[in-house]
Ligand binder design. Structure first.
Ligand code: SF4
Length: 635
């Protein structure tokens, strides 16, 4: 080994997202189910060390459900996935399962199932013996055609509807040529590029690394196809390339002479095997290689802002390469404050993003990152601007706390006192939780990061804006729509847009009413006519009855002199009794027309509210007068 040895670990080495997920879920399942017998359907990953470790934890590998003798069994489905029929069989046999199928593989299952049901011929580009391909075929009733080179496309019969998917680890170049051939032959082919970028990224970075080093070590299971592929790529560029399963396989002589050593690892190789390899290299020459290895990574500090590249994502998380020995994870809630957005609408694989380090280790070896915090830093100026310019900003009520609530604005947490949630007093703030509301910033202190906001101020501003708009545009005689806010004995107050107007009781209806509540109630939306405006005193008089036909105007040809009609006695005067002919139309029975006998006053004979028969003896519509007689009814 040279005087100074440089170790470079490939930034994409080791567990991919799907494998990391499967191993973490399996370890969690073991811990959470101490009384269950746990099996993996096939080896969890292609790594002898991991499978042996699982064995010591009591996990057994099966390749057939008949291998299970225990009732209380739980089966782990590995990241490759399985046919749909196998999941059904597990359930039918009364076993439980934990599905660790990689989300990228599950997506292929969904595509294949949907397209098969829709009458498409499914063609899978991949290795027909690979468990992932066998699993995919099981989601289209095992009727897929499996191809792995372009010539096989020429032999395919013609199908009207064809759907092409790829094994996630298939060679990108070969996929492209097969895909082009399929496009030429099948005009309507539905093609889904389902190759996983984890593989491509790892292959790309090993291509770069192998050209810069004296010795290249490719760590991973001897039967792992993706590790073998890495070895082949590296060997082509660096003749001193070795495929190792563990530190035991290190080529000591070659290592001792090397000055620069590159290390990569297959998708199924855990970090601890990489470390073991490096520790063993230290033993060769007592050099502190581990230190060098650690140095090859960036150091990270809590709260630090770093730039990373998105390596994969799913509905809940984004995985980011930040040049550190472990990948970073951004959970959806740390990515955006708009939880209705989809992760895939916000970032794409390959994007460079600025993130803040929230935790160096989430317990599963990942660095926890937040994009929201970086955005929040950048968004302080937006809050400052909104404060200075007195403009409103959108927020979400995240939490109700003592004395108020936490409102998140552009990822920044602000406080809203209870009294500022609404114009009126709010009894229970819980009803605001998770509400999206607009607020005004009423206190802003960037130095101690204190921001006080008010929804009430926003509402008052809006009210004022609407009121100004009303006074600018309102005219007497105009018809407008408003909402009844409150009722008193003398009328109803109606919000006509930031201002309240009054419909006096006499303007509510053409018929006589005792109380406004006979016509309207709070919350009613009503069309009204502006009767008078007094801006100086902020008074608006409204009329409701003016929006309805005037009752006398509808009487033409309805009643004739001599008609006998039923009416209701409504009011007495010295000279007779007023009766209601119909709502809004009163007639008079003169005292002389009430009875054949002489009477002192109408109440001697009639009662208020009584229904009586009368004869029409005169009608004058323009003057709104109708003369009626009781005496003449029988004549
Ligand atoms: S290689 Fe890609 S598809 Fe396969 S398990 Fe890993 S992340 Fe999932």
């Amino acid at each position: 080994m040279g005087d100074y040895v440089k170790i470079i670990l490939d930034k994409n080495a080791g567990f991919c997202f799907g494998v990391k997920n499967a191993v973490a879920q399996t370890l969690r399942t073991i811990n959470e189910n101490p009384n269950k017998k746990i099996f993996t359907y096939g080896p969890l990953i292609h790594n002898r060390h991991v499978t042996e470790d699982l064995k010591t934890k009591g996990v057994e590998e099966i390749n057939n459900l008949t291998d299970i003798e225990y009732n209380n069994s739980l089966i782990i489905i590995r990241s490759h996935g399985v046919p749909k029929s196998l999941l059904k069989e597990i359930v039918n046999k009364g076993f439980q399962y934990v599905d660790c199928t990689c989300p990228f593989v599950s997506r292929i299952h969904r595509i294949v199932e949907e397209k098969y049901d829709d009458g498409y011929k499914i063609v899978i580009v991949g290795d027909k013996n690979h468990p992932e391909v066998i699993g995919i075929n099981g989601w289209c009733n095992n009727e897929a055609i499996i191809i792995d080179d372009e010539k096989m496309v020429d032999k395919l019969p013609y199908y009207d509807k064809i759907c092409l998917v790829a094994q996630t680890t298939f060679s990108k170049n070969l996929w492209h040529s097969i895909k082009e051939r399929v496009k030429d032959k099948f005009i309507n082919a539905d093609i889904f590029d389902t190759i996983c970028n984890a593989t491509e990224n790892r292959q790309k970075s090993v291509t770069e690394l192998a050209q810069k080093v004296d010795v290249m070590l490719v760590i991973g299971g001897l039967n792992s196809s993706n590790t073998i592929k890495l070895y082949e790529i590296a060997k082509h560029l660096c003749p001193n390339t070795y495929h190792l399963e563990s530190a035991e396989d290190l080529p000591k002589e070659t290592i001792m002479k090397a000055e620069t050593i590159g290390i990569t690892a297959g998708a199924s190789t855990p970090d601890w095997i990489n470390k073991e390899v490096i520790e063993k290299m230290e033993d060769f020459n007592n050099e502190n290689i581990m230190e060098e290895y650690e140095k090859s990574f960036k150091s990270l500090h809590l709260g630090e802002t770093v730039i990373g590249t998105v390596i994969s994502l799913n509905d809940e998380e984004v995985f980011v390469n930040i040049g550190y020995k472990a990948d970073g994870i951004i959970k959806k809630e740390d990515l955006t404050w708009d939880m209705e957005m989809k992760v895939s609408d916000l970032v794409n694989v390959g994007d460079e993003i600025e993130v803040k380090v929230v935790s160096i280790n989430d317990g599963e070896g990942n660095v926890v990152l937040s994009k929201k915090l970086v955005d929040a830093d950048k968004n302080w100026y937006k809050l400052e601007y909104a404060y200075n310019e007195k403009t409103s900003v959108p927020g979400v009520v995240k939490e109700i706390v003592k004395g108020g609530g936490i409102v998140e604005i552009y990822g920044i947490k602000t406080f809203m006192p209870a009294s500022l949630f609404d114009i009126k007093y709010v009894d229970n703030l819980d009803s605001f939780k998770n509400d999206k509301i607009d607020v005004r910033i009423i206190e802003f202190n960037k130095n101690n990061r204190k921001v006080i906001v008010s929804h009430k101020d926003y509402l008052l501003d809006e009210k004022e804006k609407k009121a100004n708009e009303f006074w600018t545009n309102a005219e007497v005689g105009q018809r407008i729509v408003g909402e009844v806010k409150r009722i008193t004995d003398f009328g109803a107050f109606v919000d006509v847009g930031g201002v309240d107007g009054l419909i006096h009781i006499s303007e509510l209806s053409y018929s006589r009413i005792e109380h406004p509540s006979e016509v309207v109630k709070p919350g009613d939306k009503v069309e009204v006519v502006i009767l008078a405006l007094d801006k100086d005193n902020n008074k608006i008089s409204l009329g409701l009855k003016q929006t309805m036909p005037e009752p006398w105007s509808t009487l033409e040809n309805k009643y004739n002199i001599g008609d006998i009609i039923e009416v209701k006695v409504v009011r007495f005067t010295n000279f007779g009794a007023f009766v209601e002919v119909e709502p809004g139309v009163d007639g008079l029975v003169h005292i002389s027309q009430i009875s054949d006998k002489r009477i002192a006053k109408p109440s001697d004979v009639l009662k208020i509210g009584e229904t009586i028969k009368v004869k029409i003896i005169d009608i004058n519509i323009p003057e709104k007068k109708m003369s009626l007689s009781i005496r003449e009814v029988d004549q």
